[in-house]
Ligand binder design. Structure first.
Ligand code: 0PR
Length: 393
């Protein structure tokens, strides 16, 4: 640390220089997060000082957090449920897995080797979580449509199984598991069905309203015990805003840790000190946009996605899978090299090698048809450049 501090203007200028090097949103095609809604940013900065770790001080902030949980439970068909706002999908999934393990223990079902049935495309946050919680994954290969096969899930449940994880919008492919088949297939098995809707939670309800053919994934499906949904992804709120929601009115309270301070409520989240600003940003965006606002944004996201798909196909590209949401995965030789080259030219895309070489493009609020039309010729130039590099080798 400096001995004598800098004037505020110098600090501002130094930070502005670094921030100016962050990639502008109109060059970002890999991110499930987007430029947050301006009202959310405004309200988050007004609440930058708040800490939901001390709800004796931040009483109003806590009331807003409770309102957000109610709004999200209502969105997901479970007004009588329970939940908490957390830092994102990883923390939400962790809390769900801990509650699943502990409720199995409470029912006398915990073995020395608790297992969780997951698909081969489950998000990597579960790899962290299983390590932390001592859970063993039972990995079910996905079907041809990259979905967790419902019949196979039921077959993999054994005496050690404490939970099954389905995904409603995978980050890699935007694939929605058939939660409406998996839930009913699990009835009678004493396991916790968790739905990771971190990515799809703010897309699918509105897309279904627009008449798109997507499976129901929420608490109205028999057997769904908990859902992860992230306001900081398609919910347009500021980072870090995630949520873990439970079917039962008491379930969110099963992750409960006492502090040693008198008159302080128990903590129901992993983080202790945590930003109220994210809850407030989420509340502002939900209240301001309402269902109509989210539905309109979802309609535009699908229009842009369809434009992207049509242009890619017209240029002769083949998709790895038919996009269900707003993630487009293109089969592409030398995708990693192409992505590196694009990055050096200012454009950020992602690649995955798990199902052959692919280029992954994410459409979210900041991605427009104009941006796509600027990007596609650059992509073709990058492909040509890499093809000539390869030819020279
Ligand atoms: N579950 C699913 C289905 C997810 O898509 C993600 C994140 C998580 C869990 C974990 O959530 P947190 O990252 O909030 O803890 N999906 C994105 C991904 O891994 C995260 C991301 C977002 C990556 C923006 C890059 C980026 O620019 O692809």
């Amino acid at each position: 640390m400096r001995n004598a501090g800098l004037p505020a203007s110098d600090v501002r200028a130094g930070i502005a220089t670094e921030l100016a090097d962050d990639v502008p949103w109109n060059r970002v095609l890999n991110s499930i997060c987007t430029q947050p809604h301006p009202l959310g940013v405004e309200m988050a900065s007004a609440a930058a000082h708040t800490n939901l770790g001390d709800v004796r001080i931040f009483r109003g902030t806590k009331r807003i957090e409770r309102k957000v949980v109610r709004l999200l439970l209502d969105l997901l068909g479970n007004p009588g449920g329970s939940g908490n706002l957390v830092s994102g999908g990883t923390e939400a999934n962790l809390i769900a897995m801990l509650v699943a393990r502990e409720s199995a223990r409470a029912r006398g079902r915990l073995t020395d080797r608790p297992e969780v049935v997951v698909s081969s495309t489950v998000h990597f946050s579960f790899t962290k979580i299983f390590g932390l919680l001592g859970l063993t994954p039972v990995v079910v290969p996905v079907d041809d449509a990259l979905r967790l096969p419902a019949a196979e899930v039921a077959r993999r449940i054994g005496e050690h199984t404490v939970a099954v994880v389905a995904t409603a919008g995978s980050s890699e492919f935007g694939v929605v598991d058939a939660v409406d088949e998996i839930g009913p297939a699990l009835v009678g098995h004493d396991v916790h069905l968790h739905v990771d809707a971190a990515t799809g939670g703010f897309i699918i309800p509105f897309a279904r309203e627009l008449g798109r053919d997507l499976p129901q994934f929420d608490f109205t499906v028999d057997g769904v015990a908990s859902i992860t949904i992230d306001p900081h992804k398609y919910g347009l709120a500021n980072v870090p805003a995630g949520a873990i929601l439970f079917k039962g009115a008491q379930d969110a309270g099963r992750f409960a840790f006492d502090s040693f301070f008198v008159d302080t409520p128990v903590h129901n989240t992993l983080l202790g000190t945590r930003p109220g600003s994210a809850a407030i940003s989420t509340y502002a965006v939900l209240e301001h946009l309402g269902r109509e606002g989210f539905t309109a944004i979802t309609r535009t996201n699908f229009e842009v996605t369809e434009h992207l798909v049509a242009q890619l196909r017209a240029a002769g590209h083949e998709l790895a899978t038919e996009p269900q949401l707003n993630i487009v995965v293109v089969k592409m030789e030398h995708a990693t090299r192409i992505s590196q080259l694009l990055e050096s030219w200012g454009w950020i895309v992602s690649t995955s090698k798990r199902f052959g070489e692919t280029l992954r493009l994410v459409v979210t609020r900041h991605v427009t048809t104009q941006m796509i039309d600027e990007f596609l010729p650059v992509l073709e130039r990058a492909r040509a450049h890499v093809a000539s590099e390869v030819a020279l080798r």
